[in-house]
Design a protein around this ligand. Structure first.
Ligand code: SF4
Length: 190
């Protein structure tokens, strides 16, 4: 599990295929970075719109969870960003969201993943200097990070649902990005 305190749950990580896939975060990051770089001009506005929806949802979450996050920062100090199943936290949609919204983070992410030891790395590589806080701004966090609260989330259900729905839409679009016909349909639906 991880949380959004930035100092430290479970996703569908595509791409996947019948072949064994590279399990590293580095692979997911490189896939997303290349996709963002090569994104076709005709569907880029939709990508940007979906990323804005994610960011708006994350901002609402940060506002609604402000008091709880104070507790995370003061009491836990990033405990939940350590000893993670990292593959369960990060997916292509997360890296795509971050890179499409804030391309300047590209080199920082690459640097953090330079010495990644897939399978055996358990502390999040995006903790500043290995200690924290998170290198990502509060409104640019992976879905799992921003929707996980170890002390309960009863009063945040609406915000959590909004974040998850916006990431789901982004992921759905990414999944069908090779199919222009579906992209056009989604542009109208989303
Ligand atoms: S990206 Fe890593 S450091 Fe940042 S909140 Fe998520 S688990 Fe913590």
């Amino acid at each position: 599990m991880s949380c959004q305190c930035g100092l430290g749950e479970v996703r569908l990580n595509f791409p996947q295929s019948g072949r064994a896939r590279d399990m590293s975060l580095g692979y997911l990051y490189r896939y997303a970075a290349e996709a963002v770089r090569q994104w076709p001009a005709e569907s880029r506005p939709l990508l940007d719109r979906l990323c804005r929806q994610v960011q708006d949802a994350e901002r609402s979450m940060n506002t609604a969870a402000a008091i709880r996050l104070q507790g995370c920062l003061q009491a836990c100090q990033g405990l939940c960003c350590r000893n993670l199943d990292l593959e369960a936290v990060f997916g292509v949609a997360d890296f795509t969201y971050i890179l499409a919204t804030e391309p300047s983070l590209d080199s920082r992410i690459a640097a953090c993943l330079q010495h990644e030891r897939p399978i055996f790395t358990s502390n999040c590589p995006f903790l500043e200097n290995g200690a924290g806080p998170c290198i990502f701004p509060p409104d640019l966090r992976p879905e799992v990070c921003i929707t996980s609260f170890c002390r309960g989330d009863g009063d945040l259900k609406t915000e959590i649902r909004r974040v998850k729905t916006s990431f789901w839409k982004l992921g759905f679009f990414l999944h069908f990005k090779r199919v222009p016909f579906i992209s056009r349909l989604l542009a109208r639906a989303f």
